[in-house]
Design a protein around this ligand. Structure first.
Ligand code: NAP
Length: 248
């Protein structure tokens, strides 16, 4: 028996990077996949076909996670197409890094809207089907930076710290309905998001990590699978650090 057989999962921001890795692992475990993206239409169509080839139902939705009404429409469409939502992975995220002295109001607002408001939007929208089913697992992709802070990322760190407070509150509010809510705090995961960084900085980072390597989307996906499945049925309100020991 596969771990997610018969389950319907929404994964935001899965046209590439960590979200894509999560969708692949979930599909391997038998889940029906509804994934979202912001603009990568071609990648999304190709990925839909890739997932379908694994023998699961899969559909990509162009849906801006930071838009409250779009999140509601997305969930309505997924429920109409696949019947319910069992798992929500709030993964979509962006960076607009710069020192606070140079940070514009737009850079602050955009990061808070896409990284944090999106989590509110999607979680609000999936509550109804999850309450009806009296079961659900919500997983929020925060960051180690949300715990430690990081120079040049005040907007990003604030958004990620906010996700942790939100996760704990939702776990308290919905635990009695068998809806669990947890967060994952990746450390340095090598994706397109990190390809923009100076290679020297990347090499320095690798050397400071106890496991001596950056993480992969699959490293994060396997932890997400644990939190999505019944393997973690008594785990809620937690933030799992998946960072090669970078932060203990
Ligand atoms: P990525 O490669 O840049 O991919 C971001 C994904 O989010 C893409 O699928 C993108 O869609 C989508 N997206 C962006 N804005 C969106 C919006 N408004 N609505 C819906 N989808 C949107 O990022 P990643 O490195 O995989 O990171 C994924 C998550 O992990 C983020 O929340 C990030 O903060 C977190 N994280 C990453 C690292 C790391 O080292 N990479 C570390 C800690 C935490 P398009 O392709 O259409 O643009």
């Amino acid at each position: 028996m596969k771990l997610l057989e018969g389950k319907v999962a929404i994964i935001t921001g899965a046209s590439r990077g960590i979200g894509k890795g999560i969708a692949e692992v979930f599909a391997d475990q038998g889940a029906t996949i509804a994934f979202t993206y912001a603009s990568s239409d071609e990648k999304a169509r190709a990925f839909e076909a890739e997932l379908a080839a694994k023998g699961v139902k899969a559909k990509g939705y162009k849906s801006d996670a930071s838009d409250f009404n779009a999140a509601q429409t997305l969930v309505d469409e997924v429920v109409a197409e696949f019947g319910t939502v069992d798992i929500l992975v709030n993964n979509a995220g962006i960076t607009r890094d710069t020192l606070l002295m140079r940070m514009s109001e737009e850079q602050w607002d955009e990061v808070l809207r896409v990284n944090l408001k999106s989590v509110f939007n999607l979680t609000k929208a999936v509550i109804k089907p999850m309450l009806k089913a009296r079961s659900g697992s919500i997983i929020n992709m925060t960051s180690i930076v949300g715990v430690t802070g990081n120079a040049g990322q005040a907007n990003y760190a604030a958004s990620k710290a906010g996700m942790i407070g939100f996760t704990k509150s939702v776990a308290q509010e919905l635990g009695s309905r068998n809806i669990r809510c947890n967060a994952i705090a990746p450390g340095f995961i090598e994706t397109e998001m990190t390809e923009k960084l100076d290679p020297k900085v990347v090499e320095e980072w690798r050397n400071t990590i106890p496991l001596k390597r950056g993480g992969t989307p699959t490293d994060i996906a396997n932890t997400t699978l644990y939190l999505a499945s019944e393997l973690s049925s008594y785990v809620t309100g937690q933030t799992l650090h998946v960072c090669g020991g970078m932060h203990m």
